[in-house]
Design a binder for this molecule. Structure first.
Ligand SMILES: Cc1cc2nc3c(=O)[nH]c(=O)nc-3n(C[C@H](O)[C@H](O)[C@H](O)COP(=O)(O)O)c2cc1C
Length: 211
């Protein structure tokens, strides 16, 4: 069965967030089009997403030096165990939908912590003599993001770091298809805010038929 991970990195829901409203339009339509697919909502603001810290480093160090998982401290087990679980879930999915707001030209930091959990040699990529090679070559991904200004094109495009970063990570993991759906410019053009949102919702519903 096709498994879709709907990964949201936003503290608000669709009533307050443009990104989440467009994400909801996409995923609700996707579920109607594909009632047989399994859609898992991973809300990064509600789930436990450990950051790489001193416990994670010491836990990894112990495992590398041959100790078993059971020999880790309670903190190391909780953090390393959860990161392994997140990575295994990521690898087991077929499609990824990321929903984020643009914050300071990028996305909220919890998504970076999540990426740090799933970027694991031997699971999402591997090292070879020719350099690193992605292992997720049969997946596809979409990034939905609202931005106050315009970044898809024009003078600010070079300042955009969030979608470009995700794009690099998806390439690094070998994901062959990565699209972006942006709700842009409502702060720059407040009189057009509703129109911008409605257009993005319409595009999201269309895309849900082909993704
Ligand atoms: C902390 C913060 C940082 C932001 N940084 C940017 C930015 O760098 N560029 C921009 O165009 N808009 C920025 N905005 C505006 C948001 O991108 C915009 O309001 C967008 O709609 C947020 O997504 P949301 O509607 O899903 O919350 C920022 C907003 C917040 C709260």
């Amino acid at each position: 069965m096709t498994k879709v991970l709907y990964i949201t990195a936003h503290p608000h829901d669709d009533t307050q967030s443009y990104s989440m409203a467009v994400g909801k339009a996409f995923i609700d339509t996707y579920k109607q089009v594909h009632p047989d697919h399994e859609v898992i909502h991973l809300d990064l603001y509600k789930e436990y997403i450990p950051e790489i810290d001193v416990d994670v480093f010491s836990g990894w160090g112990k495992l590398r030096s041959g100790q078993s998982f059971e020999q880790l401290s309670a903190e190391e087990k909780a953090k390393v165990g959860r990161m392994n679980e997140l990575c295994d879930q990521f690898v087991s999915a077929d499609k990824y939908v990321f929903v984020t707001p643009m914050w300071n030209f990028s996305f909220p930091p919890v998504l970076k912590a999540y990426i740090d959990a799933v970027a694991v040699a031997g699971k999402t990529f591997k090292y070879t003599e020719q350099g690193p090679v992605g292992l997720l070559t049969d997946k596809k991904a979409l990034h939905i993001q609202a931005r106050g200004g315009f970044y898809s094109e024009g003078p600010a495009a070079q300042m955009e770091m969030g979608h470009r970063y995700l794009s690099v990570i998806m390439q690094f993991f070998g994901v062959p298809s990565f699209e972006g759906l942006f709700v842009e410019g409502h702060a720059a053009m407040p009189e057009k805010a509703e129109e911008i949102k409605a257009n993005a919702i319409a595009r999201a519903k269309e895309l849900a038929h082909t993704f």
